[in-house]
Structures are given as structure tokens and as C-alpha cells.
Design a protein around this ligand. Structure first.
Ligand SMILES: Nc1nc2c(c(=O)[nH]1)N[C@H]1C(S)=C(S)[C@@H](COP(=O)(O)O)O[C@H]1N2
Ligand SMILES: [Mo]
Length: 409
């Protein structure tokens, strides 16, 4: 392949590209698997707006144990996704001459390789942009984040698998061409270009180095470390939350029992005080519908559990919730062994309803919570009552609950 004279960095070459590649080869499968698991956690019952056809995952019931399961898969997915961004950008920089490969098509095989690269880079940038915008709350795109990010992920998985199959041998050979330990000991003054390569990555007339290879690796690693430090606070509670500079909801939430992140405030959800006052009733629809006031609920046996809320945006928090067990409500409604429960909120909109599977209803810590940390729920956290279930994605922990229908089939 003809090298492109325009790109003259003496650092560019198959070895450096392969170092970034091997990091991505380890990181991407973890990112993909945690992403798909999160999708399963949302569940087929979540009623995704678009039918994804063959890309539907085999539905299995997301478990309720360990209670931190979703907190882990979601935290790893968002955290690792952020940390890998500098590596992705560095790897793209390292292969930039390939984008200017000329003539663009020389053989059917090479055309196929270029097309797969276009899909690979395109889908990866799409996943990064939609993912980052989602955790920053900016649902700026005109399509559903869940569907877009999911379909983009499958395009990426296919292109990534093809790319690994085509390049694995080259990567291993290139990694063996130099010693990492020696590179880490090589200062700027002794930095020279890699020998000319068959891929056209190495500049034919390299410019003098302005940075050593170890400097370049430190720059990329430092970028990743900085992203890690700025976002880890959102998944940890306590004072570290103040360091979550990248996350708009990750930081300060005042004092008191209800001082933890709010996804959407009561005002933003259109919940008016009149609807949650003395006239509020919980309805359990069925053959003989049951209606309960908040005082009725408070008079039932109460159970307390320490459970996380983990949001798809990446933040999470562990709190102590008190309320009525969902399985007690199911028994009250005359459906002691429900196959599912359909929950509706006072709110109108995309978060207004959700379905729980049998395990999520029957878990002894699955609650219709009335209190958190010993105080009544605040309006923003779902007063008069909200769903909280171990390992259930935050988005399904419906606030301002109006009715729960326990279903036999
Ligand atoms: N009715 C309703 N319930 C809701 C939401 C909502 O917008 N409306 N947001 C969900 C999301 S995405 C999350 S992460 C949790 C957050 O709960 P919190 O705001 O009490 O922390 O509530 C969930 N329950
Ligand atoms: Mo969320």
C-alpha cells in the first residue's frame, strides 16, 4: 500500500496501533456484554417503542439477586464506555493515513474491507455520541435512545467481529515487533519511526519526534484515568459524589433523608400536589378491585430493605426503603402467585407504566415504598408511593404509583 506523505508523525506505525487495539480487544467485549445484559434487564415487557425483529435477545427473567447486579452491569457499561473514548480516538488517529488510501477501491476484497471499516468507525462514533448525550441528559436526537443505541450496537458487533477476524494476526505480529518494556524506557531523543510497513501506517519521511511513544501512551492513559476519576463518584455514595463532574445529576442533593439524586422531579413530570394528597388511592385492579389510602398502606405490615437505584444514565445510589411488600399486595388482590404485575403511575408519558416479572413481585425485598431513610418519600422521590425492587433498573422503579395489576398469566 502507498503511504500518504501528508501524515508525518514518527510515532505512527503498526506497533502503536496494535497497543491501542489490544486494549480495545479486551474492553469492547466487556462493554458489549454489559450493554446486552442491561438490555435484558429492561426486559421484553418494557414495551420498547420499535420492534427490533431478529435482534431481539432471548428473553429471560432478569433476577433480583444479587441486588447490586444492575448497579454493576450498568456502572461498568457507562464507566468503561467513557474510559475507552481516549483509546478509540488514539487508535483512529493512529490509522488516519488509511482513510486517505488511494485509489479508494482496488479489488473486491479491499472494497469489502473498506466498507466494513466504514461501518466499524461509523457505528462506534454513533454509540459514543448517543451514549454520552444520554448520560448528559440531552436527548437531542429524534429517535428513542434505547432503540438507536441498541441497533447501533449490533452494527458495531458485526463490524467489530469482522475486523478482529481480519486483523488479529497482524495485531499479534505487530505487538511482537517491539518490546513494550523497551518503549517505556525510550526517551524523546531516542524515539525513531517504526520500519516501513505493508499497511502504509509508517510515514515515508517521518518528521522529527515531538513526543516519545511512552509519552503518547501516557497521554492516552492519562485521559482515560481522568475520565475514570471524574465519573466514578456517580456510582459511589458519600463525599465522592462531589467529584462526579461529568454527571449533571451526580452531585449535590441537599441534606436529609431524601438527599440523593432525582431522575425527574414531580414538577417536571406534571405531578400536582392535589393528585398526591388525602384523595390519593392505590388501586389493585382485578375480579374484586381493592382500593387503599396511604393510611391503609401504612397500616399493613411494613418491611425495610437497603436497595440501590441504578439509572441507565450511569449514576447509582444505595438507600434504605420502607413500605409494603409487593407479594403482600398481590395476596390482598387475590393473586398470591402472580405471573407479572403491571404498574401505572399518576404521570402521563414514557415512564408512566412498567411490568414486573414474577420474581420481581415475589422477592421478599420487593416493595411499594412509602418511606426512605425513615422519612416519608419526598414529592420528587415518588410520594405517596413508589416501586423499589432489588436489581431492577432505576427506570422501572416507578414513582407516584396509582395502580398495580397482579396478573395470573
Ligand atoms: N413516574 C416516573 N417514575 C420514574 C421516573 C419518571 O420519570 N417517572 N424515572 C425513573 C428513572 S429513569 C429513575 S433512574 C428512577 C430514579 O428515582 P429517583 O428520582 O427517586 O432517584 O426513577 C424512575 N421512576
Ligand atoms: Mo433513570
Amino acid at each position: 500500500m502507498r503511504p500518504v506523505p501528508r501524515f508525518r508523525s514518527p510515532l505512527r506505525g503498526p506497533w502503536l496501533t496494535s497497543v491501542f487495539a489490544v486494549v480495545l480487544l479486551v474492553g469492547m467485549p466487556i462493554l458489549i456484554i454489559t450493554g446486552l445484559l442491561d438490555r435484558v434487564a429492561y426486559g421484553p415487557a418494557q414495551g420498547l417503542p420499535v420492534d427490533v425483529g431478529l435482534l431481539q435477545l432471548p428473553p429471560f427473567d432478569w433476577p433480583t439477586r444479587p441486588s447490586w447486579l444492575f448497579r454493576l452491569t450498568q456502572g461498568v457499561h457507562v464507566g468503561l464506555g467513557l474510559v475507552l473514548i481516549p483509546v478509540v480516538l488514539a487508535k483512529l488517529w493512529s490509522v488516519i493515513p488509511k482513510l486517505f488510501d488511494w485509489p479508494p477501491v482496488r479489488s473486491p476484497a479491499q472494497a469489502l474491507e473498506r466498507a466494513s471499516l466504514l461501518l466499524l468507525v461509523g457505528s462506534l462514533l454513533f454509540e459514543i455520541v448517543t451514549g454520552v448525550l444520554n448520560i448528559q441528559y440531552d436527548y437531542a436526537f429524534g429517535f428513542s435512545f434505547y432503540t438507536g443505541h441498541y441497533i447501533g450496537a449490533w452494527v458495531f458487533v458485526a463490524a467489530f467481529a469482522a475486523h478482529v477476524a481480519l486483523k488479529l494476526g497482524t495485531m499479534v505480529r505487530s505487538l511482537r515487533s517491539r518490546s513494550l518494556r523497551r518503549e517505556l524506557a525510550t526517551p524523546l531523543a531516542e524515539t525513531v519511526a517504526e520500519p516501513p510497513d505493508a499497511h502504509g501506517l509508517v510515514a515515508p519521511d517521518p518528521a522529527p519526534p515531538t513526543m516519545s511513544r511512552r509519552g503518547a501512551l501516557a497521554l492516552v492513559g492519562g485521559g482515560s484515568a481522568l475520565l475514570a476519576v471524574l465519573s466514578v463518584g456517580q456510582v459511589l455514595d458519600g463525599p465522592l459524589r462531589h467529584t462526579a463532574l461529568l454527571l449533571p445529576r451526580g452531585r449535590d442533593h441537599g441534606d436529609g433523608p431524601n438527599a440523593f439524586p432525582v431522575n425527574r422531579t414531580a414538577a417536571a413530570a406534571g405531578i400536582v400536589a392535589a393528585a398526591t394528597g388525602a384523595d390519593w388511592r392505590l388501586t389493585l385492579p382485578g375480579a374484586a378491585p381493592v382500593t387503599l389510602s396511604r393510611a391503609d398502606l401504612a397500616g399493613l405490615p411494613q418491611h425495610t430493605a437497603r436497595l440501590p437505584i441504578a439509572c441507565v444514565e450511569g449514576w447509582s445510589t444505595l438507600q434504605t426503603w420502607t413500605g409494603v411488600r409487593l407479594r403482600d399486595l398481590a395476596a390482598l388482590a387475590g393473586v398470591p402467585q402472580p405471573a407479572s404485575a403491571f404498574v401505572e403511575s399518576l404521570e402521563v408519558g414514557p415512564f408512566a407504566q412498567g411490568t414486573l416479572n414474577a420474581g420481581q413481585v415475589l422477592d421478599p425485598d420487593a416493595l411499594l415504598a412509602l418511606q426512605v431513610n425513615g422519612a416519608d418519600l419526598s414529592p420528587d422521590h415518588g410520594f405517596p408511593a413508589r416501586i423499589i425492587v432489588p436489581a431492577l433498573p432505576g427506570v422501572r422503579c416507578t414513582k407516584w404509583v396509582r395502580s398495580i395489576e397482579f396478573r395470573e398469566t
